[in-house]
Design a protein around this ligand. Structure first.
Ligand code: MLC
Ligand code: AMP
Length: 488
């Protein structure tokens, strides 16, 4: 039986090979596929429905994802540590018809599903699936991403665009069935989901999913001699470096010798500081391969296996076309900065139920990234974003305006402004300047604890300053560079 999804078809072909290792056990491709087919039969859904996934990384998540595709539905992965408010928003915005949940997340799933008036399906439930008509351009996945305005939007990928992403990475980074990787990233983003989970599985390689990021565990796995590929955001490499510094000399030597044996180590999702790259090379002998991507696009620019230039993001991925344009939309010459536009087989289909935002995101069929880059003899180099209101912290993209809107709902906050402060470990840190209502002083710890109930951890400001008024220009607009200056 072939399905709509080329990825499902490829995954099931690897039969008896080892697909997944997680804290609950080890599974072959055949076992994963059989479980997914059976779970698909238990989903109370119609083709095209959105199905939310609240699952532990590894077996449960992959079975749930493949079950969504066997049932002809659109998978909407959730990040279990997010607070209810954030998860409920995604359930409501996507109009999810059901939630698939791991046993470990049944309570949260039941609470959220009750609020949304939809059923919870345990990942272990079994039924008989009904076939559906194939179509590569059917939506397969929705990943929520922050923008310059309002709440996060669902970026819709089709079976075709997902396969395009996977094919590009296999070609560019030389994935083989003998590879084995360790997943430490969340599964509500393309980095953890497509690069680290789906791509190895599509070619018959093994994905270890320890269930999160623990630096000591990762070092032990890198030192084991079993892992061949590792991919993460720069903050993870900074954390691993800190764990190495804290280890005793014997452990350091063992970790460094073991990690040197990997085939490939990749960094992306945020700018990799050259200092982090240099230190990692001292520790492991690896020059991190830096690449640039985006939720809407998958991987766009990448250094190559043969050529890695620090501070640069290389050349377009296979099949991807890019342009750099000025304010008028005209192409800029090499050496001149411009906004990066992208076209290619892995570009997303649009934002869920936001035709205007989708239309605005494209110009003449090219996706506007909002990132500013320059083409140099060494390859492309990114210079930053055109909007100060998009912040990247720990590899997570967050919207300053979304955070401001949430804090302004507090009666004791008259006004506020959110900015990103440069930070070696996090890339940027979220900081907020608050004008207390009535002038009474507020407690930063309380503001942070409150924020964690409303927003994903990455969005909650870690630096607070209290002011009588926000700095504004003559038009009354808050001047964000002056807000940054408030933090010294
Ligand atoms: C957690 N915290 C964060 C944060 N994550 N603060 C800022 N930014 C973040 N991203 C907070 C926690 O609430 C906690 O607060 C404190 O920071 C330390 O938490 P921790 O437990 O030590 O952090 P941890 O949970 O280990 O998270 C760190 C991390 C994680 C780097 C592992 O942020 C992460 O997985 N980031 C990757 C995100 C990602 O996958 N991005 C890809 C997007 S796709 P307190 O108060 O409790 O101390 C994309 C396209 C592409 O960008 O190109 O790939
Ligand atoms: P997201 O919307 O979470 O997918 O994040 C995509 C954004 O992350 C891009 O638009 C860039 O701003 C940023 N990004 C990803 N990779 C890199 C990189 N290697 N260097 C600099 N920025 C990056």
């Amino acid at each position: 039986m072939t399905t709509t999804s080329p990825l499902v078809d490829r995954i099931r072909r690897h039969g008896d090979r080892l697909a997944i290792v997680d804290p609950a056990g080890a599974w072959t491709f055949g076992a994963i596929d059989a479980a997914a087919v059976a779970l698909a039969g238990a989903l109370p859904v119609e083709h095209g429905d959105r199905v939310a996934i609240l699952a532990t990384p590894g077996h449960d998540f992959v079975v749930a994802l493949l079950a969504c595709w066997h049932a002809g539905t659109i998978a909407v992965p959730l990040h279990p540590p997010h607070p209810d408010a954030e998860l409920a928003y995604v359930l409501a915005d996507s109009g999810a018809a059901a939630v698939i949940a791991s046993p470990a997340h049944q309570d949260a799933a039941a609470r959220l599903a009750a609020g949304a008036g939809i059923p919870v399906v345990d990942v272990t439930q079994r039924g008989v699936v009904h076939r559906f008509s194939p179509g590569l351009d059917r939506p397969a996945l929705m990943v929520y991403t922050s923008g310059t305005t309002g709440r996060p939007k669902g970026a819709v990928h089709t079976h075709r665009s997902l396969a395009g992403m996977v094919d590009g990475m296999v070609a560019a980074w030389g994935w083989t069935p003998d590879d084995r990787t360790v997943l430490v990233l969340p599964l509500n983003h393309v980095h953890g989901l497509v690069n680290v989970t789906l791509t190895p599985l599509a070619i018959g390689a093994c994905c270890e999913a320890p269930g999160g990021f623990d630096p000591v565990h990762v070092w032990e796995r890198l030192a084991s001699g079993e892992v061949t590929v590792f991919m993460a955001v720069p903050t993870v490499y900074a954390r691993l470096t800190a764990a190495w510094e804290a280890a005793d000399p014997e452990t350091r030597g063992r970790w460094s010798r073991g990690a040197a044996g990997l085939r490939l180590m990749v960094s992306g999702s945020a700018a990799l500081p050259v200092s982090t790259l240099d230190r990692w090379r001292e520790l492991t002998g690896h020059t991190l391969l830096e690449r640039y991507g985006m939720t809407e696009l998958g991987m766009v620019l990448s250094n190559t296996l043969d050529r890695r230039v620090p501070g640069h993001v290389g050349e377009p991925m296979p099949g991807v076309e890019v342009r750099l344009v000025d304010d008028t939309g005209a192409d800029v010459p090499d050496g001149t900065p411009g906004e990066l536009l992208v076209r290619g087989p892995q570009v997303f289909a649009g934002y869920w139920q936001r035709p205007e935002a989708t239309a605005e995101a494209f110009v003449d069929g090219w996706f506007r990234t909002g990132d500013v880059g320059v083409r140099e003899p060494e390859g492309y180099r990114l210079l930053g974003r055109s909007s100060v209101d998009i912040i990247k912290t720990g590899g997570e993209k967050v919207s300053a305006l979304e955070i401001e809107e949430v804090y302004r709902t507090r009666p004791d906050v008259a006004d506020c402004a959110v900015v990103g402060l440069p930070d070696e470990e996090w890339g940027q840190r979220v900081a907020i300047a608050v004008v207390p209502a009535g002038g009474a002083p507020l407690d930063a710890d309380e503001l942070r604890a409150w924020g964690k109930q409303q927003l994903a951890a990455a969005k909650v400001p870690t630096r607070y300053v209290f002011v009588d008024a926000l700095p504004r220009n003559t038009l009354g607009k808050v001047t964000k560079p002056d807000v940054v200056a408030l933090f010294g």
